[in-house]
Ligand binder design. Structure first.
Ligand code: NAD
Length: 316
């Protein structure tokens, strides 16, 4: 099996390459950048811009399955300020248009697309204790970010290519994936990595800053289970879209306290204004359980422990 991983230089792409390699795949990785934290295990790694149709065509040659994870993305500090909206929409939509069109012309028959929980309507995520994120609640659409709108457009694009060109398309909606070897500084980091970094850098007895009141809820999925979910979706005959996320809903304050507990330090939380996103979100795993007979189940604290140890070592 010859697989192309677009976004192989990124966080989830890097973990996916390692896993597929262990399963015996031949892998071509493609990305704008090499992986920042570990050498890629891909058999071939092509550096280039997937917004360029010619590069997109080149990377698809001789490929059986495309895993499309490349996107212009980041955490709340990148997605919710509004400053990157045009780039996020233009860059990610262009990557997806190219991946499908160039892939199909090159004879690729199977595509995995990484969508996001950010496609879910804001009006269903106003109550932190009772968010609704079942797959069938995506419409009437009202994502709270342009990032979410692009993902929704691209989901439809993959489904349309599937219908009109007979392609085998699989779509997952990831919910807040975190883990080792992902961004933890620089502006694109997401909440778990940012909090781990702040805790690792804080002196014992000090404080860490939390955006907002910290009472907004989320669930966080450790990257190993995300990769497992991708594999199970590809092994099934279910196209999706399907949530791949944890159902362990916590407030940001609770997650910060978990990380502080792991660190063994005594730290207090200081709440400051910042970009936030929806008030509450949690994965709804009824469909994945039904279709794949599996759902993520590992406790959040276990993944936080591994992530904290890695970030603490990287920042020391
Ligand atoms: P990431 O930013 O670490 O990886 C994305 C990679 O895409 C980066 O290495 C980047 O260099 C590459 N890329 C961006 N533009 C490119 C271009 N023009 N040409 C070539 N490469 C380009 O992000 P990630 O967390 O690994 O996310 C992977 C996918 O999963 C993305 O599509 C993301 O939207 C989706 N997703 C992630 C999460 C999460 O919590 N991490 C949640 C929902 C969805």
């Amino acid at each position: 099996m010859r697989a192309l991983v677009n976004g192989a230089g990124g966080f989830i792409g890097g973990h996916l390459v390692r896993d597929l390699k262990a399963k015996g795949y031949w892998i071509r990785g493609a990305d704008l950048v090499a992986h920042e934290y570990s050498p890629s295990l891909a058999d071939e790694f092509l550096l280039g811009d997937l917004r360029d149709p010619e590069f997109s065509r080149q990377v698809c040659e001789g490929i059986d399955v495309v895993y499309q994870l490349a996107a212009d993305m980041g955490g709340a500090g990148y997605i919710f300020t509004g400053d990157h909206d045009a780039a996020v929409m233009h860059n990610s939509a262009t990557i997806n248009l190219n991946a499908l069109e160039q892939g199909r012309l090159a004879g690729v028959k199977r595509f995995f697309y990484s969508s996001s929980a950010c496609i879910y309507p804001e009006y269903n995520q106003l109550d932190p204790d009772n968010p609704k994120c079942s797959e069938d609640s995506a419409y009437p659409a009202a994502p709270d970010s342009e990032y979410g709108w692009e993902k929704l457009f691209s989901e439809r694009l993959y489904l349309a290519y599937g219908r009109n060109y007979g392609l085998d398309v699989r779509i997952a909606r990831f919910h807040n994936v975190f883990g080792t070897e992902g961004a933890f500084s620089g502006g694109k980091e997401k909440a778990p990595a940012a909090i781990c970094r702040k805790v690792a850098e804080a002196p014992d007895g000090g404080e860490i800053e939390i955006w907002g009141d910290g009472k907004q809820t989320r669930s966080f999925l450790y990257v190993d289970e995300c990769v497992q979910g991708i594999n199970r979706l590809l092994e099934s005959d279910f196209p999706g879209p399907v949530n791949i996320g944890s159902e362990e809903r916590v407030t940001i304050n609770q997650m910060a306290e978990m990380v502080i507990g792991i660190s063994g330090k005594k730290l207090s939380l200081r709440h400051i204004p910042g970009p936030l996103g929806v008030r509450g979100r949690n994965s709804d795993n009824r469909l994945i359980r039904e279709k794949l007979e599996w759902a993520p189940s590992r406790p959040l604290v276990e993944g936080l422990e591994k992530t904290y140890r890695w970030i603490a070592a990287e920042t020391s």
